[in-house]
Design a protein around this ligand. Structure first.
Ligand code: ZN
Length: 304
């Protein structure tokens, strides 16, 4: 009996750290409901998982050092929920295409022979992923339409699945950014813990303000003020972008997956590879919202 109690206690403890406590699901839902693409925070920064959007992370920072968490030959088999609208699914598939074009990670639909694979889900509880290959099935959640609004959110969560953590938590980050602790929500300070020296693997890429893995300046703000500012003001508006991979992201992925030559072959210039999402998709999105509002208005008659 005692053993069972201990196991129960342990699972409750880890359940609270790594999974969503039931009370907090409401918080995520309401955060995501009120989010729109012009918000200063990214939707993956609205979760109350570890660092906002990580499920059950192993120790390490930036790129996981543990090679066991990498995907064999950079191939990530996937399945995707039928519960996505076509335009939202297209954004995710487009993100996968960007991986194939610029990195030696590729995604392909899973076959019955694939033991390890990601399952892309559309649960109503935010944008989140595990970090690196876990073995067997692992979920990457992209709640639509919030997490599929910007291509970079799909790139971000898939990059967690590939084995990367958040850029601003690198060990040397204090040389580049200042964390404004007073502006962070009371119970979210640990999202800004930095890596211990020696635990991180930046693959030789310097601190990258434009990484798709960098928090926005307002991440986990309690008061609408910035929680991260850059030492050099000219970098301030760069952090938190979700328009596309940075050159640094591409270099890191290709270094982790042993194909640094791929980066050289691409002959990249600038600092971000911007990939615009398809205009027809956006137009459909607006039409869908209008229809949704009409349906809501119709039913609200009965609420009065
Ligand atoms: Zn993240």
């Amino acid at each position: 009996m005692l053993t069972i109690n201990i196991i129960l206690l342990i699972s409750l403890f880890f359940g609270n750290i790594f999974n969503t406590p039931i009370a907090d699901k409401k918080e995520i839902e309401s955060n995501l409901d009120s989010w729109n693409e012009f918000d200063l925070q990214n939707p993956e920064e609205l979760g109350n998982y570890f660092e906002g959007d990580l499920i059950n992370p192993k120790f390490g920072r930036n790129g996981l050092v543990d090679t066991a968490s990498r995907w064999n030959k950079g191939i990530i088999p996937y399945e995707i929920s039928r519960n996505f609208q076509t335009q939202d699914k297209n954004v995710i598939l487009q993100a996968m295409n960007v991986y194939s074009k610029y990195t030696c990670i590729s995604f392909r639909p899973k076959t019955p022979d694939d033991k390890d694979y990601i399952s892309i889900t559309n649960y109503n509880n935010g944008c989140w992923s595990q970090v690196g290959r876990q073995g067997k099935k692992q979920e990457v959640n992209l709640q639509s339409p919030q997490c599929t609004k910007k291509l970079g959110t799909s790139l971000h969560e898939l990059m967690h699945a590939a084995g990367f953590l958040h850029e601003q938590n690198r060990n040397e980050r204090d040389d580049f950014v200042t964390i404004k602790w007073d502006n962070i929500k009371d119970d979210r300070e640990r999202n800004f813990d930095k890596a211990e020296e020696g635990y991180e693997q930046g693959f030789g890429v310097p601190y990258d303000f434009v990484s798709v893995m960098h928090y926005s300046s307002y991440a986990f703000s309690s008061n609408g003020e910035r929680t991260i500012i850059t030492k050099d003001p000219k970098n301030l508006d760069k952090i938190g972008q979700r328009r596309g991979f940075s050159i640094g992201d591409i270099m890191k992925i290709n270094a982790m997956y042993d194909c640094p030559e791929k980066t050289q072959q691409l002959n990249l210039t600038g600092d971000i590879i911007e990939t615009l999402t398809n205009n027809n998709g956006n137009q459909k999105e607006q039409e869908r919202n209008t229809l949704w509002e009409a349906v809501n208005n119709f039913f609200s008659i009965f609420d009065e």
